[in-house]
Design a protein around this ligand. Sequence first.
Ligand SMILES: [Zn+2]
Length: 476
Amino acid sequence: MAQERYQPPASFTTPLAATLAEDLLERFLRYVRIDTQARRNRSGSPSSPGQLELGHLVVEELRAAGLLDAALDANGYVTATLATTTTAQSPVIGLIAHLDTSPDAPGAGVEPIVHRAYRGGIIELPLGGTRLDPATMPELTGKEGHDIVTASGDTLLGADDKVGVAAITTAVAHMAAHPELPRPTLRVAFTPDEEIGEGATLFDIEAFGALCAYTIDGSEVGELQDETFTAAQAILTIEGVDVHPGQAMGRLVSALRLAARIVAALPSDRLAPETTSGREGFIHPFELTGTPARATISTIVRDFDDDELERHLALLQRTAQDVIATEPRATLEFHVSRQYPNMRSFIEPVPYVTEAAEAAIRAEGIEPVRTAIRGGTDGSKLSERGLPTPNLFTGGHEYHSVREWASLQDMAAAAATIVRLAEVWTRPEFAAWAAPSGAADQSGATGASAVAGAAGASAVAGAAGATDAKPGTRLV
Ligand SMILES: [Zn+2]
């Protein structure tokens, strides 16, 4: 074999990140080997037993680190508290990641591989002919020298979101061992079934008792996301008239053919996931089932703008009605359910929540990149329910696929950013938001004062569950 070019290892963002890296990697490699794949159409929480197994493991690790109240509840939620090291008043801050992995690719039997000091070019994985090619995966460009973690080619890696879990356990273990580092009271939560949209469902915001929280569930280093899609699902049910095909002349009305015509009549050069990017929304038919008697089209509809979302829904309904109108014997039912809201409207009134994250990312030597998520997070629903929860980067990429990968240098930057974030929240200008009254008025939002007051009360009380405010109504 030809002599390979020497690639000097990439440096870490800071000495803190370098300090955290190996502990972080060990935890991450341990977590990804547990199959925590979520199952659709769950009958209970969590949807799969592996999530409880990982929950038990991280509870043990959190207790070993000194977070003695760490616990796993019957629904698969892990919670724990790391008490403040400051005597000054500071708010309670939440850190959230999810235990489950996506059902979109195989999730069992993950065999992680660490490719030390990536030399650039294509990474060939041993199984499934899977290749990581910078030509089609531009995020790999610029990661020369990084330690790249992948699976073996036939499964997910599970960086989504086990980097988040590992970054939080690593950061809080480091802070617990270093009481000289300033920190507010930190509340940790690991949720089940985020990938099937249920992570926030049984989340007890009141018991969590935090002023605000951060999910560690993003991607490229430096990303800070305080905006998600607003999401709706529309189910179209078409009833036709079924007749034996031998005697069907002039009598059969095929619901299946009508459904196919509706799908074909939807715009595809625009308003489709494959032809939109950035801030554009879409209508996405994702399942079509049918017989001549009855057919169902399942769609998801997305936009960052609520009015635009309504227009997309109206277009979908009108398109279906126009097709059905050509056959008076057919009927159409159009059922819309709301899935999650754009978190921005709930985070905007409390700008210091994202400002603290920006300050933390900068303290780690990284320029923050504000982006909008073309999807949702646990934070979408949590923010709506009164716990403002933007999303921070993890260093993972190509989520929900067998090509999933993560950079150890970037993962370590995520863990270090958590430690920085804790310090930021003890700075007077941020801690002031936790004051029981008055201090939060400069935001001009009465909701901000109410949140700060409630969290201040629980910070004084220390542990969880002490707030007497109604978190669900705080910001609404
Ligand atoms: Zn995720």
